[in-house]
Design a protein around this ligand. Structure first.
Ligand SMILES: [Cu+2]
Length: 469
């Protein structure tokens, strides 16, 4: 059985539904797959260097009109061709879920089917939609039920994603496999002539723990789930055969709690052109990028001159090899200088609010209450939101219903990083830091969420409802 507690705040999850066996099993739940918290720590040795690598899985592409998404247990091959069946939970049997690709202005009509044994609801992370379509936990549906979504996509081209958001169950459902990419395209992007088709690759990076039978196993800790192995697009030890041309990688940190420090083994820089809310105003060359849970990156990478060589995408924090690029012949193209669109700057906030991310389960001293509106925000007014913490960071702070612009970070790391410019919906708050953002809710009125995207903190109650009025 797994249960999260917050010793700092002496808070305990009391929801009976949360006590469960954490290993996924298709058919009969249980089978002795549960791990105690102390047991998961005892086994936390580093992964061995893999000798065999498997082709990177690229999820199928689907479109948002008349789409049915079913969340259900299924069996996948994490070694993608290695014939090693693993029990996971997945959207439409695909781990990660199918990549939804939408054009700005398009209408999404999506039927969510709950094929799990618990309630669920799906949130479109980064999508600006009205509140009945936002996947708020109050809309969670029971097993066997459906939830109909219908919304118009009206925002800049960007990489968003979708995942479950039921109260106190998000960490488990995401960790056991329920997440997928949601790409928005627009005319501005089309004019840039960026790499496409096989040269545009989504990379959903996360960590995972497997039980002895090789099934995904959720072993939460109140400080955040820490998996023992990395997965990219649900693939163990993946490689990607590339040509020696230009690629666009759409990177999502889909981990519950882990931050990745991305770098390339040959020391070459990434060219960062966008993040959560779309393109940056100008491209930037970076040798290392830290990406917190739920953050996204839009990267260009040229393999010109590397034919016959191997380049590894690494995580410098855990010392993991994430993805090997095996560079073949053919292909062309170096990183172009792009004319990226300008970003109108938010300014002159009307109101300043301070949010303290306390312990592991509270914002401003309060544990989340599904039925409590914590504050109200006037529609269309720019506000300055200040995020602080009394400890137990990192806290990746996420806002529903609007994107924001990061203004400053004082204390701690003391700077706004290049990957935090432009439009964001998630920003990393470390211990000792104060992060200020400007935000304006000019899409829809209604009830939205502010929360920590370390999913174990979220599930313990580090979340607040606000209403745009
Ligand atoms: Cu947190």
């Amino acid at each position: 059985m797994t249960r999260l507690t917050d010793p700092i705040e002496d808070f305990r999850l009391t929801r009976s539904g949360f006590m469960r066996v954490a290993a996924v099993s298709v058919g009969v739940l249980g089978a002795g797959g549960a791990a105690s918290l102390s047991g998961s720590r005892a086994l936390a040795a580093g992964p061995p260097k893999p000798t065999t690598r498997y082709p990177l899985r690229v999820p199928p592409t689907v479109f948002p009109a008349s789409l049915t998404l079913t969340e259900a247990p299924t069996v996948v091959d994490l070694a993608n061709g290695g014939k090693k069946p693993s029990n996971v939970w997945a959207y439409n049997g695909s781990f990660p879920g199918p990549t939804i690709v939408a054009q700005r202005g398009e209408r999404a009509t999506i039927q969510l089917v709950n094929g799990l044994a618990d309630e669920t609801i799906t949130h479109w992370h980064g999508m600006i939609v009205d509140d009945v379509n936002d996947g708020h936990p109050r809309f969670a549906v029971p097993p066997g039920a459906t939830y109909p979504y219908a919304f118009t996509i009206d925002q800049r081209a960007c990489l968003n994603w979708y995942h479950p958001h039921p109260h106190m169950l998000t960490g488990e459902q995401v960790n056991l496999g329920l997440a997928g990419a949601f790409i928005v395209r627009d005319g501005v992007e089309a004019l840039l002539g960026l790499p496409s088709d096989a040269h545009e690759v989504p990379l959903i990076v996360r960590d995972a723990t497997l039980d002895r039978a090789g099934n995904l196993e959720y072993t939460p800790r109140n400080g955040g789930f820490e998996g023992k192995i990395p997965l990219v697009n649900g693939t163990r030890d993946p490689y990607l055969a590339v040509d020696s041309g230009l690629y666009r990688f759409r990177v999502l940190n889909g981990a519950n709690a882990r931050i990745f420090g991305l770098a390339l083994s040959n020391g070459a820089p990434f060219t960062l052109i966008g993040n959560d809310g779309g393109f940056l105003e100008s491209q930037v060359s970076l040798n290392r990028i830290d990406i917190a849970p739920a953050e996204r990156l839009d990267l260009l990478l040229s393999f010109a001159g590397l034919s016959g060589q191997s380049v590894m995408l690494r995580d410098l924090r855990a010392g993991w090899d994430l993805l090997e690029f095996r560079v073949g012949a053919g292909g062309a193209g170096t990183v172009p200088t792009l004319g990226l669109p300008t970003i109108s700057k938010l300014s002159t906030p009307v109101t300043t609010r301070t949010f303290s991310f306390d312990g592991m389960s509270k914002i401003n001293g309060k544990v989340y209450d599904l039925n409590r509106i914590d504050f109200r925000v006037p529609f269309g007014e720019t506000e300055l939101w200040r995020f602080v913490t009394k400890g137990n960071a990192p806290h990746p702070v996420h806002v529903h219903g609007a994107s924001f612009q990061v203004q400053s970070r004082t204390g701690g790391r003391g700077q706004v990083f290049p990957w935090e410019r432009g439009w964001k919906d998630t920003v990393l708050l470390e211990d000792g830091e104060t992060v200020e953002v400007l935000v304006r809710f000019d899409g829809y009125r209604g009830i939205y969420l502010l929360h920590c995207h370390k999913l174990e903190h979220e599930d313990m109650g580090m979340m607040a409802n606000f209403e745009v009025v």
